[in-house]
Design a protein around this ligand. Structure first.
Ligand SMILES: Nc1ncnc2c1ncn2[C@@H]1O[C@H](COP(=O)(O)OP(=O)(O)OP(=O)(O)O)[C@@H](O)[C@H]1O
Ligand SMILES: [Mg+2]
Length: 218
């Protein structure tokens, strides 16, 4: 359960401050899958970063499973961040590591043990079983994004935040990645919040919201 109350976040804009999020209230039920849309600069990435505990709001509260993360100290935030999966438009893979090691990277960084069996099962699910020993530079964009998905999910997150995960993919690959994300999140009972500029993709998620004027519009 995600509950935001009157969240305000401002950024310096050269003259004064711009309220990127302006009294934003929103709730998302456990396991719910949501498409987050909005014009460039509307604050979508900012909102994901607040949910991930990477940015702290200037005012208002953020409750995740009854815990007020907006009032966490740095130690509590560091622990909280380990429970979040993030997927990015530009994949952010580590080029000297193999596909298998990239997949396990976040979980291992967080001190979770990931067996070869866990990696192989996830790779199989994502159609990447034959590529486990390859390096990121040897993969297509769609394959690299599958590694990004595996990396986020092998960490067993409580919530998956995806920031334009299909932004660099053609429409066929985008559709495949969307279907994988939705199916895997459903199986693992993980909330999915996915930013996308694609109307066609957004319409396939059970819930669609727009960020406009610093607030959420259903
Ligand atoms: N580090 C920063 N310093 C100052 N302003 C920033 C910073 N990061 C973002 N902003 C501003 O905050 C606003 C919201 O940015 P954000 O990245 O959240 O938008 P977005 O909806 O994700 O846009 P896009 O669709 O282009 O990714 C923008 O006006 C942006 O210029
Ligand atoms: Mg953004």
């Amino acid at each position: 359960m995600i509950q935001l109350d009157e969240v305000t976040f401002k950024r310096p804009d050269g003259i004064g401050y711009r309220h990127v999020l302006d009294g934003l209230s929103w709730s998302v039920a456990a396991g719910e899958q949501v498409a987050l849309t909005g014009e460039s600069g509307s604050g979508k990435t900012t909102l994901l970063n607040i949910l991930a505990g990477l940015l702290t709001p200037d005012a208002g509260s953020v409750l995740i499973n009854e815990r007020k993360i907006s009032h966490y100290n740095t130690t509590e935030l560091a622990l909280y961040r380990r429970t979040i999966g993030m997927i990015f438009q530009h994949y952010q893979l580590l080029s000297p590591l193999t596909v298998a090691d990239n997949m396990a990277f976040q979980a291992r960084l967080n001190g979770r043990s990931v067996s070869h069996g866990d990696i192989a099962a996830m790779a199989e699910r994502l159609g990447m079983a034959a590529k486990l020993d390859a390096y990121p530079s040897q993969l297509s964009g769609g394959e690299q994004q599958r590694v990004g998905i595996a990396r986020a999910l092998l960490n067993q997150p409580r919530m998956l935040l995806a920031d334009e995960p299909t932004g660099n993919l053609d429409s066929v690959r985008s559709q495949e990645v969307l279907e994988l994300l939705m199916a895997l999140c459903k199986e693992q009972h993980v909330n999915l919040i996915m930013v996308t500029h694609s109307r066609a993709l957004a319409a396939q998620l059970p819930r669609l919201v727009e960020l406009r004027d610093g607030r959420i519009h259903e």
